[in-house]
Ligand binder design. Sequence first.
Ligand code: PLP
Length: 379
Amino acid sequence: MNRQIYFDNNATTKCDEEVLNAMLPFLKESYGNPSSIYEFGKDIKEKVVWARKQVAKLLNANENEIIFTSCASESNITAIMSAVKNNPTKRHIITTSIEHASILETMQYLEDNGYKITYLSVDSKGKIDLEELKKSINQDTLLIAIMMANNEIGNIYPIKEIGEIAKKNHIIFHCDAVQAIGKIPIDVKELQVDTLSMSGHKIHTPKGIGILYIRNNLPYIPLIFGHQENNRRGGTENVPYIIGIGKASEIILEDNYEINKKLKYLRDKLEDNVKQMISDVVIYGDLNNRLPNTSSMAFKGVKSEELLLVLESFGICVSTGSACNSMIAEPSHVLKACHADLENYSPIRISLGKYNTEEEVDIFVKNLITAVNMLRRKK
Ligand code: PLP
């Protein structure tokens, strides 16, 4: 196969060698169960404590507020269902129309079971209106669930302000921070979130590990019952992956978010060159308040599925939207919510990661120009 250019880092990321090396001993010789009381398990338990500490530091949380899960989808669903089960007299939840499927599908399930869900609208740039949020709150509202950054357009949402509104109204606030982790410094205390989710495979661990942050003293009911994680999530600890997410968190802390300067430089260069070289381009999202690595762009008259296939034939991986929807030719629910002209401007999502280079951006732009011209000529 030709050289691959991987520009789909919001879907998943390459495992970091350092993360892999930290994990390997726990896949080989140190395979003990951390709940065992003999020495063999004890060392492993200490390493799990270390990993929890790294994640807690990354979020400015206390160690006992961190639960290891199998993925962020599990974290999201656990947080929502726990809030629901702890507030049996209330039946109203506020979320947005641009959340990840793990949130939206859970909301649909709750709606089917008698809950009232308010989906906050977004404007053409994907921004929400805090006045609409305030007006949506009523006596019956038990939960607000809003993401920190959108996976498709990269918008960053005003989590601190939402946290304040939730607190003032005594409503639980859950935040899906999957796409923000590693790109925006996060301080759960300052943000006043009650629960927050994060995923390892977006920050260079293998797939299969997530985090659920739960604020101390928040009443909590597990989704998976059992004795592990202080009785908050059953299942023998996935030690290698727990070490992996600990290491990935440590790497972010050591880098102190410096990588994002490079990502922003590359993303901005890519967009500037594309706008200069290709006519009729639209870039979606809030261009003044986006993740540094994400670009959602569309070219008049060019269908994104066709463009994706041509780019793939050049060895370039991008997506048409969120990973779980990328095999479905349905228009993105995020851009539909923005009332985007998807008939004429169907989007591709470019999401850069720490292993991408300037040379790759230059090759990408050249190939994109060829692909767009080819598809426009074909019409
Ligand atoms: N939330 C957001 C915003 C995401 O982008 C994703 C993954 O694409 C998830 C949640 C789900 O993460 P996981 O794959 O760990 O379940």
